[in-house]
Design a protein. Structure first.
Length: 244
């Protein structure tokens, strides 16, 4: 498993090192990731010496990557180059201190099917989320592969049938596909929606989508950070109930 992390953030500079109940956020994410069963190794991939030092001080393993990595996926691909025995890579966002280990285990099970080269998760979409562009929606084919991801409310509901689903931004890759994906050029729909996973679909690659009930709480803004701090300090929703 690889947790990409960088200090630079437009909305919340220094985000991975933000303190949450006495520990840096990146350490909180690493601690949750270590609870995932069936994972051989957890790496934090970063271009920041401060982030690497914080992870190592907590007993974790950090890999330095280039500051020129354009995305977390690129950072993951670079990080695993030094580990030739890796076959499957799980990409966990470095801003999810309430990561659900069971959701990651569900994602990892996708690779029991040898035909799966890339996989992700989706959960039920709540009605109040349909018009929210920050909640990415996904529609799938009958085999469970993604047809499209969008910030728009898809599918348009005129009758009963497909259940609206929200995308959960955890990804898994076969190692060879991760290397291929990192080399693919950006695509028109990816640039339009600002959704990197569309690059795979536009180049004709399948993404298996597995169902979860996990509703992630990512930290993108100062308000998100305060909400997560409240959860850890016990003055808000408990961590266990926040993971569903």
């Amino acid at each position: 498993m690889v947790i990409p992390a960088r200090e630079r953030s437009e909305r919340l500079p220094g985000k991975p090192l933000a303190e949450i109940a006495g520990k840096p956020m990146i350490v909180r994410v690493w601690e949750r990731a270590k609870r995932v069963r069936g994972i051989d190794r957890v790496l934090v991939a970063t271009d920041s010496a401060r982030i690497a030092e914080a992870v190592r001080a907590a007993g974790g393993e950090a890999v330095m990557t280039s500051p020129d990595c354009a995305s977390g996926t690129d950072r993951c691909a670079e990080a695993v180059r030094g580990f030739p025995g890796v076959e499957v890579v799980i990409n966990v966002q470095g801003d999810e201190p309430l990561l659900d280990p069971e959701a990651v285990e569900t994602l990892a099970r996708a690779f029991e099917d040898p035909s799966v080269r890339m996989a992700t998760l989706a959960r039920p979409l709540h009605p109040e989320e349909r018009e929210n562009p920050n909640v990415v929606k996904v529609v799938c084919d009958l085999r469970g592969n993604a047809l499209y991801f969008s910030r728009a409310p898809i599918p348009f509901v005129r009758g009963s049938g497909a259940e609206p689903l929200a995308h959960v931004g955890l990804y898994g890759y076969r190692r060879d596909f991760l290397e291929l994906f990192a080399e693919l050029p950006p695509t028109p729909l990816e640039l339009t929606e600002r959704l990197e996973q569309l690059r795979a679909l536009e180049h004709g690659h399948a993404i298996r989508v597995l169902r979860t009930e996990y509703r992630s709480i990512g930290v993108d803004t100062p308000e998100d950070l305060e909400r997560v701090r409240a959860i850890f300090l016990g003055s808000g929703v408990s961590p266990s109930s926040a993971l569903v």
